[in-house]
Design a protein around this ligand. Structure first.
Ligand code: UQ1
Length: 446
């Protein structure tokens, strides 16, 4: 019930509340030389780092400055909102807050990048040469979105006049909205890259919004594309629309109903003017002309994680998929996009990972057995048109794990889920989640 009340509230208050204190810089954050030893050092002040840091603080087990967050970024972004920016539904500046304004003054904030992990000595080295010592380490710096991974992409997305854009960065997500709005006819291609993708539904969410906008403007006829001068293609490196069969099947039905051409196992590798080059699994290359291209870069672990002894063979942090404890170093933990957890990388996943990590880290400090278990929960609110969302929620193995599943079929796009995605999640994120009091489908926590 409390959740329903907040849903109503959230629809009005929106993410604005997240921008409180935007200009507030707390001097007490700046970690002094004397305090470079911490009970818990958290690498990364993104969704995982902030949520875990504040949940740890709220347990009451830590004193001021026992916990430190290390992150060189000035701004924290609500990245799930960038699809909404690309769809013209949000202003990107309303989705960000100064990182320092989000960190409790009882947590030390080092505005520095990490150069090196030395888990054998319980230390991390920072880019500025300083060394931090810890009892427990939480590694959650996220994943690198590599615009240089596709030839010509970096130049094209940053050229304000090119028809190429991407919702996968703060700098370029609003260009997507402009390109979609100014598109009048021709071939539009939306791509999904090979490899790991954070928020794996976003590459097609933006396509569904664009399609709906063009349909409403009379520029696209989903019933009979030959009646309009616009064709839409989804070019994905994957063999299917989505990694979970239940939702993939529904999305493929939508694709067919809406006459979107599906180029499966086609991986965008190069852009030259208005030509996209796509690679097939047999190594052959296909060239396609486009008048609008929405491209998603390839993503990879950060080098300082990959090069460390904390990484698995893929370069992500090598942790137990149930307890989130490192497989080699018992005082190292990870969550979020940098972790090697075999589940889809989303902010929703953090709502389930954070309480497990916090509980097990405390048990470990008290020399008790680790009892909390992460089941792989993650979610992807798939915008399928303006006003409708298919709320995909699943766990390890791609098994649906739906919060509202006993009442409704979450494979059917619904208006209520749209308001969760557009209004409620951005609001609850900044107001509660990063402060450590939101546990996703489990609701509010103390
Ligand atoms: C969620 O809690 C959350 O965080 C605020 C999201 O935003 C990124 C989500 O997309 C989802 C699905 C959740 C999960 C919560 C419910 C109530 C399904």
């Amino acid at each position: 019930m409390a959740m329903l009340q907040a849903l109503r509230l959230g629809a009005h208050t929106c993410v604005k509340s997240g921008s409180r204190d935007l200009a507030t810089l707390s001097a007490s954050h700046s970690a002094s030389v004397a305090s470079r030893s911490h009970k818990v050092a958290i690498v990364g002040g993104g969704s995982a780092g902030l949520t875990i840091g504040h949940q740890l603080l709220r347990t009451g087990a830590f004193r001021a400055q026992d916990i430190a967050i290390v992150d060189p970024n000035e701004w924290h972004h609500y990245q799930p909102g960038w699809t909404l920016v690309g769809g013209g539904l949000k202003d990107k500046r309303q989705l960000r807050a100064r990182l320092s304004s989000l960190v409790d003054p009882k947590i030390s904030l080092y505005a520095q990048g990490v150069s090196n992990f030395t888990p054998e000595q319980n230390t991390i080295d920072l880019i500025n040469g300083h060394r931090i010592t810890y009892d427990q380490l939480v590694v959650c710096p996220g994943i690198k979105v590599d615009f240089k991974s596709i030839k010509g992409l970096d130049e094209a997305v940053h050229d304000p006049h090119s028809p190429v854009s991407s919702i996968y960065s703060y700098d370029t997500c609003d260009k997507t909205a402009r390109n979609i709005a100014s598109f009048k006819k021709g071939k539009a291609i939306f791509t999904h890259p090979a490899g790991v993708v954070k928020c794996a539904g976003a590459p097609q969410k933006i396509m569904w919004l664009a399609l709906d906008g063009w349909r409403r403007a009379g520029l696209y006829n989903p019933g009979d594309p030959s009646k309009s001068d616009t064709q839409i293609t989804f070019a994905t490196a994957m063999p299917v629309m989505f990694g979970v069969p239940k939702y993939s099947q529904r999305l493929n039905e939508l694709r067919e109903q809406r006459a979107v051409d599906g180029l499966f196992e086609h991986d965008l590798v190069g852009i030259n003017g208005n030509t996209a080059t796509l690679a097939k699994p047999d190594g052959s290359l296909v060239e396609k002309h486009f008048d609008l291209l929405h491209a998603v870069p390839k993503m990879k672990p950060y080098d300082f994680v990959k090069a460390s002894s904390l990484a698995n063979e893929s370069g992500f942090v090598d942790i137990d998929q149930a307890t989130l404890q490192h497989n080699t170093y018992g005082n190292v933990w990870s969550a979020g996009d940098a972790s090697g957890l075999p589940t889809s990388k989303t902010a929703a996943a953090i709502t389930a990972q954070a309480p497990v990590l916090v509980s097990n880290l405390l048990s470990s400090l008290d020399k008790r057995p680790l009892q909390a278990v992460y089941n792989g929960y993650t979610s992807c609110p798939l915008l399928t048109e303006y006003g409708k969302v298919m709320l995909a929620e699943f766990k390890y193995g791609g098994t649906p794990h739906e919060t509202f599943g006993t009442f409704v079929d979450q494979g059917t796009p619904r208006r209520a889920f749209y308001h969760l995605k557009k209004d409620f999640f951005p609001w609850v994120y900044y107001k509660f989640m990063v402060e450590g009091t939101w546990a996703g489908p489990k609701g509010w926590k103390r």
